[in-house]
Write a protein that binds this ligand. Sequence first.
Ligand code: TXA
Ligand code: MG
Length: 317
Amino acid sequence: MIGSDINKAAELLKAGEIVAIPTETVYGLAANAFNDVAVTKVFEAKKRPSFDPLIVHTNSLEKVKLFVTHIPAEAKKLAEAIWPGPLTLILPKKTNIPGIVTSGNDTVGVRIPNHPLTLELLSLLDFPLAAPSANPFGYISPTTAKHVEAQLGNEVPYILDGGACEVGLESTIVSFAGDKPKVLRLGGLKIEQITEVIGEVDMQLSAGSNPQAPGQLDVHYAPSAKLILVENIEGELKKQGNVKDVGTISLSSYFGDLPRDNQIRLSPEGDINEAARNLFAAMRALDSMKLKIIIAEKMPEVGLGAAINDRLKRASV
Ligand code: TXA
Ligand code: MG
């Protein structure tokens, strides 16, 4: 059921149920992070493997201190500059966060999301919310309540509707598990904003052999259609020849003889933030048309363009 009743959401969460919640990045599938039985329901609903840890959401830095052992000075600087916002910090956890939340890691991902409904919900709770994105494992993250309902409507008793997500990409993850901060996932906070606060940071973006970013799998965000990521859509269309079952995702252009209905421009004005906001809905819309191929255009690597390209690349593997 979809609705905007925060009290109902709070009651369900207090009773150990799962609830889908809006954030500025994507919708999350939330449970009491201190309750391992409730958290198990999140993994079951998403069919998520247990090695992929969850992000824990709360609404103040004071509350974060209740479940992490230590906040390094640079992490604190970032938190103070960015939260509430699209940034997740990996910090050493206290024992009140059960192992199921962190996939057995002694660190926990923490975030204060910037969404008024969810911040109010969190203020009613005396526990933080463990919440991965509210999509079946491996599929595109949801940016509206309807996206959640379409795929997890039968698994989730309540979907708190906070409108369309304003950022549209998952949070940027910065780990403070080692002696130097490391970016583990590009996301809704551009790297330039991190650099402004704490200077240059290392990147460790690919999963492969990276034990620090469990869940950063190369294959992700996958639509059912085959997605091809290219520099030049026009050239790829020519190569494909018969374009009947083909769709395109571009920043701001339409192409050739392809029906306009099959073509999504993420931002006709070429605004990269608007493109990020529209990306996942565009992938879902084209996927629901049962096209065989989606040809997507690489975005300029500025600002959120790098994170958009990261998601398109993972969707194309
Ligand atoms: O914007 C977001 O981050 C959204 C909203 C709901 O907050 N959440 C989200 O969660 O994208 P999810 O589960 O789809 O991605 C969480 C990722 C994991 O796959 C993993 O890569 C990383 O966060 N992560 C979480 N805890 C970690 C830990 N202790 N160490 C390393 N990486 C961790
Ligand atoms: Mg996810």
